[in-house]
Ligand binder design. Sequence first.
Ligand SMILES: [Mg+2]
Length: 179
Amino acid sequence: MSEKKAVLLDRDGTLIVDMVYLNDPERIEYLPGVFEALRLLRDHEYVFCVATNQSGVARGIVDVRNLDEIHRRIQAKFCSEGVDILSFHSAPYMTSFDHPMRKPNAGMLLEAARWHGVDLAASWMVGDRMTDVEAGHRAGCRSALVGVMESPENFHHFRPPEVHAPNLLDVAREIVARS
Ligand SMILES: [Mg+2]
């Protein structure tokens, strides 16, 4: 069986508006163009997983039952838009804790690859933070930075992203162009 190629996605600031410790499933807001972006990538044989740091769980601000419900709703919404997100991986650890599952470490990406038979060298990590970019590189993927939250120049200790674009649809077009 040939291995799949994946686009591994950050959640907050990449697929949905970053509410900072989102704990209410009613407050999910999708960013512009995200459904079109993932349909374009789907049409080029990419599969999708989400990898999200959730230190709000360790802080007691985010309830894991709400986190599960938020992910269930996001998955259902993308499904209704024709996009199948295979799995959600979350790292409920403190920012100060260098846990192997917490980005910029690659644990969640490696887990997603193991679960679904993903060829990481043919895959991409996409996120709005340089920790997402670095996690992708540590997993052996190429990485794309979305939006204007961070400038790669400010992160000399991390390798810069292969793609940097203002929104997910532009990122998707770049990934397709480089596939
Ligand atoms: Mg983010």
